[in-house]
Design a protein around this ligand. Structure first.
Ligand SMILES: *Cc1c(COP(=O)(O)O)cnc(C)c1O
Length: 465
């Protein structure tokens, strides 16, 4: 295929995509294939000679759709959303064609400068103070890893990158028991180690207990450990739990700990001023991550890390070999110095398209509706004698169990979840909460309607009978 043929094939792709969106509501949300079925339909070896695009496209149409779990399906209520608002998809198509490596300012000035402006637009949208800067990363996992590396280097007086970690201070990082597994992984990868990630007890509302944090730090210092950082969460993954920030940040500051807030999912909801009470005190965090690719609507991937002062992260991550120097221009921003990967996609473009095509009001309206409708569903299930709400609505997320009289609720809940997802009209996933197997429900797909959410009630109660 040649560049001259690009228009012809994107037209074909566009037609397929339009049909795909039209057909979505009638498709089962979760792929109904068995493991290995898709792979078995592909040749085991690569082609030696070129295959024509007609054949390639035909195979795509016949093989791939069966193996898709439809994340843009309006009744995708599993995990958290990974939205792709149409306007952000168009921007992605342009970014794909431009295919610039925006690692340095000069390798794509437009990407760098639009990124800086989009970070500032989002900072304002979320109500953060004007000093915050930031960078777009691929995922919250990468942003959290960057923050953990910064915690490590700061605690080692920025010598860990040089000397390695052998024989150095034994560092400790603190987080609530509700944080996402990406925090554990960041501690593995950064050489902190799982044993040195101290999970702090939570209170009745599943928020980290400040007195338990203080006790853990005191005990660690007495044992000769070096406390390095604190990881907080707004909208945890399992049930949407949030930490009460002010007393925890106060301890972090008094103890000299670098703080990072994981708001990967719920950060998007902070564009609604009436919801911001939940992260009151956020301006005290050193680093904050949220994923516009989740609830806000930016096409995956797009994760924003805000930094109160980028200096520490730049000292940790910035490396400037001579082939990356920009002759005579020291004052410009080279975003690769803020992150682990060198190469970077032009992700700011989809934020620019997204924020303009819907406006903050349009995006807020969606989020408010999702919260309202999820709340209605929660109330309906609560009123049903055979269902028990196991964690109440937090943002647009709640969890429940199927608890008909005289049956084992664990087994019944697992069983109904399987039947719901085999049925396909809606898609839900599970978590373990307070020792129980529970079903999570979240509403957040970009174009989901109240009818879609209410259909979940029909499906759940129908399959319970
Ligand atoms: C989704 C999520 C993550 C992980 O996000 P990635 O961008 O996939 O790395 C981390 N923390 C929370 C709270 C999340 O919801």
């Amino acid at each position: 295929m040649k560049y001259q043929d690009y228009a012809k094939w994107t037209e074909r792709a566009t037609q397929w995509i339009s049909g795909y969106f039209k057909s979505l509501p009638d498709q089962p949300v979760r792929a109904q294939t068995m493991p290995g079925e898709i792979a078995a339909r592909l040749p085991t070896a690569p082609p030696e000679t070129a295959v024509d695009m007609e054949t390639i496209f035909g195979d795509f149409e016949s093989i791939v759709p069966d193996g898709l779990t439809h994340w843009q399906h309006p009744r995708f209520f599993a995990y958290f959303p990974a939205n792709a608002a149409p306007a952000s998809m168009i921007a992605e198509q342009l970014a794909n064609a431009i295919a610039a490596q925006s690692m340095l300012w000069q390798t794509c000035p437009a990407a760098t400068e639009i990124e800086t402006v989009m970070i500032d637009w989002l900072r304002q949208a979320l109500g953060l103070p004007s000093g915050f800067k930031g960078v777009i990363q691929d995922s919250a996992s990468s942003a959290t890893l960057s923050a953990v590396l910064t915690m490590r280097e700061k605690a080692l007086a920025f010598s860990g990158n040089t000397t390695g970690l052998a024989g150095r201070d034994r560092l400790r990082i603190y987080a609530s028991a509700q944080v996402h597994s990406s925090i554990d992984k960041a501690c593995w990868v950064a050489g902190i180690g799982q044993d040195n990630l101290v999970k702090i007890e939570t209170d009745a509302d599943f928020a980290m207990k400040p007195e338990a944090l203080q006790e853990a730090i005191n005990a660690d210092r007495a044992e000769g450990y070096t406390p390095a950082g604190l990881i907080l969460c707004t909208g945890g993954t399992a049930i949407g739990a949030s930490d009460n920030l002010p007393p925890l940040i106060k301890i972090a500051k008094a103890e000299g700990l670098y703080s990072h807030l994981d708001a990967a999912w719920a950060g998007s909801a902070m564009i609604c001023p009436e919801l911001r009470a939940i992260w009151q005190g956020v301006e005290g965090c050193d680093s904050i991550v949220f994923n516009p690719h989740k609830w806000l609507g930016a096409q995956f991937d797009c994760s924003v890390q805000f930094l109160r002062d980028p200096t520490d992260q730049l000292r940790t991550m910035g490396i400037r070999p001579s082939y990356l120097e920009t002759q005579g221009r020291d004052e410009i921003v080279n975003y690769n110095e803020w992150t682990v990967p060198l190469g970077r996609r032009f992700r700011a473009l989809k934020l620019w398209f997204l924020l303009r095509a819907y406006g903050l009001e349009g995006l807020r309206e969606r989020i408010r509706n999702h919260i309202k409708w999820a709340g209605e569903l929660e109330q309906k299930l609560k009123a049903h004698p055979d269902f028990t709400i196991t964690s109440g609505l937090r943002f647009s997320l709640f969890t429940f169990q199927y608890t008909p009289q005289g049956a084992d609720p664990e087994r019944k809940t697992e069983d109904i979840l399987k039947r719901i997802n085999d049925d396909g009209r809606i898609y839900l996933t599970q978590t373990h909460h307070a020792g129980k197997f529970v079903i999570r429900f979240q509403a957040g797909q970009f174009d989901c309607t109240r009818d879609d959410v209410m259909l979940a009630y029909e499906v759940i109660t129908e399959l319970a009978n």
